[in-house]
Design a protein around this ligand. Structure first.
Ligand SMILES: NC(=O)c1ccc[n+]([C@@H]2O[C@H](COP(=O)([O-])OP(=O)(O)OC[C@H]3O[C@@H](n4cnc5c(N)ncnc54)[C@H](OP(=O)(O)O)[C@@H]3O)[C@@H](O)[C@H]2O)c1
Length: 173
């Protein structure tokens, strides 16, 4: 996985090198991270193997990819999105204005689903049709074990928007 776009990248050389890595069996698949659609399309133009994933920042607190075209372009190009910092690095449970607005909604949903707020935040990502893969950062074994709970929570559209609007701090028109 290429961690970030390189402004000095020679796309033809890089694409050929990545193809060679797959052809030689050294790697099974190629992914990118923090690439815009122009970045990954430029690279893909010079590769015979398909770019499989793009790891971008996605959480309730960082949700630009839903509206800046990134998630739409990933779906158009059949590239699976991965979400880094899916809990905003823990800030989701801090004292920012957005986290404070989200807290009572988390509390009510946690009571409904008998789970914790991190499960709701991950279920919010999993609910999206782009098939987002959250990349969890916790090393806490209890949290990791319990996170599978998020798979069992199916948030409906109304609840998805309730969380989204609270995070944004305004009604979605
Ligand atoms: N591609 C990139 O540019 C890029 C950039 C940044 C990160 N990443 C990748 O993304 C991974 C995840 O990023 P991240 O670490 O920011 O992930 P994250 O899952 O958003 O945040 C992890 C933090 O949230 C805390 N946390 C988890 N559950 C909590 C809860 N219920 N209450 C309070 N705090 C909670 C964790 O604390 P505990 O440890 O105490 O559980 C940890 O400090 C990284 O490991 C890295 O591999 C990629």
């Amino acid at each position: 996985m290429m961690h970030r776009p390189d402004p000095f990248m020679d796309a033809a050389k890089t694409g050929a090198t990545l193809d060679a890595l797959i052809d030689s069996g050294k790697v099974k698949a190629i992914g990118v991270s923090n690439f815009s659609s122009s970045d990954w399309r430029l690279l893909q133009k010079h590769m015979s193997h398909k770019v499989q994933v793009n790891q971008v920042e996605i959480s309730l607190l960082k949700s630009q990819v839903f509206t800046d075209g990134t998630l739409s372009d990933l779906q158009i190009d059949d590239i699976q999105p991965m979400a880094w910092s899916p809990l905003a690095g823990g800030e989701l449970f801090g004292n920012s204005a957005a986290a404070t607005r989200l807290r009572p909604i988390f509390k009510s949903l946690c009571a409904q689903y008998n789970c914790s707020a991190d499960h709701i935040a991950i279920a919010w990502l999993l609910a999206h049709p782009a098939s987002i893969i959250p990349v969890m950062g916790t090393n806490n074994l209890e949290r990791i074990n319990a996170l599978s709970m998020a798979n069992q929570i199916e948030l409906d559209r109304e609840t998805w928007y309730e969380l989204y609007s609270a995070a944004q701090g305004c009604e979605v028109p």
